[in-house]
Design a binder for this molecule. Structure first.
Ligand SMILES: O=C(O)c1ccccc1N[C@@H]1O[C@H](COP(=O)(O)O)[C@@H](O)[C@H]1O
Length: 205
């Protein structure tokens, strides 16, 4: 079971997540998010990470120029798109990408997996009106189809208390969490990160 911790805003949180064995960290380049990081902050976090931790850059309806600028300055391994980006836009940076879908019905993921066939995985998140993600809200996991043509990353309101059950129920390729391992917006809690990673791995046994 792969685990991504998203919305890292402090060097020490990135280092701790890596020490705890996380597979990927997410950096939010979306000014409306409380977890938004500057290029300078992102570069400092990336520089402090050990090898083999995947760095994912998260964008919401960003301009091409902004994504290109971040890519030129920050060593991102993967992109994560949370807005209304087209498949062509997502693919045009020639990096592996994840496409987030805010799930309201089973058909949402099926349709998105067909539309974004070039994505590395679909990321299933909760639908909250007017907010693109990072809400700490979960959704009905039974809406996730069993036969998706792309790997599934489960997110949305996961936390140390529900991740083991979520992994057992959904059997995703990976889980992604932001709010559920925080002590305050953008501030990760080491004990919660450890419990989350442990729960995710137990659930997959
Ligand atoms: O983390 C954010 O602030 C954020 C902002 C805009 C879009 C997505 C965002 N985060 C992603 O949202 C999901 C769910 O987060 P949570 O665990 O429910 O807080 C997750 O994939 C984050 O990467």
């Amino acid at each position: 079971m792969r685990v991504k911790i998203c919305g890292i805003t402090r060097v020490e949180d990135g280092v701790e997540a890596a020490r705890l064995g996380v597979d990927a960290v997410g950096l939010v380049f979306y000014p409306k998010s409380p977890r938004n990081v500057s290029i300078a902050r992102a570069s400092a976090i990336i520089a402090a990470l050990p090898p083999f931790v995947t760095v994912v850059g998260l964008f919401v309806d960003a301009t091409r120029e902004w994504v290109d600028t971040v890519l030129a300055e920050c060593a991102l391994d993967m992109l994560q798109f949370h807005g209304d980006e087209t498949p062509e836009f997502c693919a045009s940076f020639h990096r592996p990408y994840l496409k987030a879908v805010r799930v309201r019905a089973a058909a949402d993921l099926t349709a998105a997996a067909r539309r974004y066939a070039g994505a590395r995985a679909m990321l299933a998140d909760a639908f909250v009106e007017g907010v693109h993600g990072g809400t700490g809200t979960s959704f009905d996991w039974s809406l996730i189809p069993q036969d998706l043509p792309l790997p599934l990353i489960l997110s949305g309101g996961l936390d140390p208390d529900n991740v083991e059950e979520a992994v057992r129920a959904v059997r995703p390729s990976a889980v992604d969490v932001s709010s559920g391992v925080e002590s305050a917006k953008g501030i990760k809690d080491a004990a919660r990160m450890a419990a989350f990673i442990s729960g995710a791995r137990h659930g997959s046994l």
